[in-house]
Design a protein around this ligand. Structure first.
Ligand code: ZN
Length: 436
């Protein structure tokens, strides 16, 4: 009796200690410091390929160092560096039946640094069908990989202009794509109705090798070090965008300085706990907003079968649709990840819910999607009211619009909800792999 009483008391004491710990480690001041720094104007909106994102990465590295994380296996530092090559249309000259076409009437889609062709060595020219939409035809043709001239009726002038500016941003390629460059070029020409004889096309793209870097650290697991649990948020945002009311910095305080803050605070908490049986990886992804390149590179550097679960955190800066102390999990029904998290929160006032916006396809719109496609129970936790969020992707997504209490309660809920996964007691069911 006595002994049981003592054990119970000891259990109670240790529970209280860890409950105290969480409030001591994840404080409002700490959370505030992280999110304020990441969303400050001097980070210039953390645009990928800008000095702003470099500054943000340096800050995250310094926090990882203070916490005492280790670089990932095989990496010398917290920066997981890679590169992409951007091909941007530089010039396309088109001469049809002896007449030079004005540059504003040419739209080029090409993944080759340089291509030259004429009627003798290309796919024969075609005309867009005026009874179908421009977009439907553009989509198919721009991915065809052919060398071809496409004549576009003036009826499509407005669409042509829009997609010309879109194509003008260029394409991002991997080094391996350029080892044997494609010889493709779809050249859309506006206002020419027919080609009677000869034509000649010369396409030149500007080629730039651009550096990218995730910031990643880990806490090795005690007994199940090969089994990985990933906590992530993307630290890039849109950079400098169109000026509204004199402000052009897209601070991305909610999107996704809030999730990055959560990821760092969780690293600090678990490092202080010192009880993870599985290896915990903490990663700030780059280039989410321009195509998810950071998450893709990260997924290629490890064996997805070793990843037991991924907690990706996106936009937790304001109350969710379900009210205070709630968050939702994308793809809730695809594994029992959500049910495990919910079970670990029993007795607390916090609840997780399935994604209330299935029509928004959020499961595929964040960095969880890459690992989920590879079979990992990889989900995004969010509180954003995406259907009515007027600040989303605007210069007004600033620190002052956030509810730091909501961020704090969500981080603490995630910390508690992950307990049985990091201890190895629970293993979420796998998500079916997408066929590649
Ligand atoms: Zn985001």
């Amino acid at each position: 009796m006595k002994r049981i009483f003592l054990v119970a008391l000891a259990g109670l004491a240790s529970f209280q200690l860890s409950a105290q710990n969480i409030d001591k480690v994840i404080t409002r001041e700490y959370t505030d410091h992280l999110i304020k720094t990441l969303s400050a104007d001097d980070m210039q909106g953390r645009g990928t390929f800008t000095p702003g994102i470099d500054k943000a990465a340096t800050f995250i590295e310094s926090e990882f160092k203070k916490i005492g994380l280790q670089p990932l296996t095989g990496e010398k530092s917290f920066r997981q560096s890679f590169s992409k090559t951007r091909l941007t249309p530089q010039s396309t000259s088109v001469v049809i039946d002896g007449k030079t076409i004005a540059p504003e009437n040419i739209l080029t889609v090409s993944k080759s640094p340089q291509v030259t062709f004429n009627q003798g060595n290309a796919d024969s020219f075609i005309k867009l069908d005026t009874t179908k939409t421009f977009l439907a035809q553009y989509r198919v043709l721009s991915r065809s990989g052919k060398k071809q001239v496409v004549l576009v009726d003036n009826k499509f002038a407005a669409d042509f202009k829009r997609y010309k500016s879109f194509a003008g941003r260029g394409a991002m390629l991997d080094d391996k794509d350029l080892a044997t460059p494609a010889q493709d070029a779809m050249v859309f020409v506006l206002g020419v109705t027919d080609i009677k004889g000869n034509y000649n096309v010369e396409v030149k793209n500007k080629v730039e090798k651009l550096p990218l870097f995730n910031v990643a650290g880990m806490i090795p697991g005690k007994s199940k070090a090969k089994e990985l649990v990933v906590f992530s948020g993307h630290y890039d945002h849109l950079g400098i965008i169109k000026t509204v009311d004199g402000d052009s910095i897209a601070n991305g305080a909610d999107d996704d300085a809030s999730g990055t803050t959560a990821m760092i605070a969780l690293a600090k908490y678990y490092k202080a706990q010192k009880n993870n049986e599985r290896t915990l990886i903490f990663v700030a992804f780059t280039a989410e907003e321009i195509g998810g390149f950071g998450a893709r590179y990260f997924s290629e550097k490890l064996n997805p079968d070793d990843v037991v679960a991924m907690f990706n955190i996106e936009m937790i800066g304001k109350d969710s649709k379900f009210g205070k102390n709630t968050a939702f999990i994308t793809g809730y029904e695809r594994s029992d990840f959500g049910a495990i998290l919910q079970k670990n929160l029993a007795g607390t006032e916090f609840t997780f819910h399935p994604d209330p916006y299935p029509e928004q396809n959020l499961f595929y719109r964040s960095d969880n999607a890459t690992l989920a496609a590879l079979g990992v129970p990889a989900h995004t936790i969010s509180t954003d009211k995406i259907d009515i969020d007027k600040l989303y992707h605007s210069v007004k997504d600033e620190y002052s619009s956030l509810d730091v209490e909501n961020i704090l309660s969500t981080i603490k809920a995630i910390a508690k909800s992950a307990t049985s996964i990091i201890s190895g007691a629970d293993t979420p069911t796998r998500i079916p792999k997408l066929k590649q």
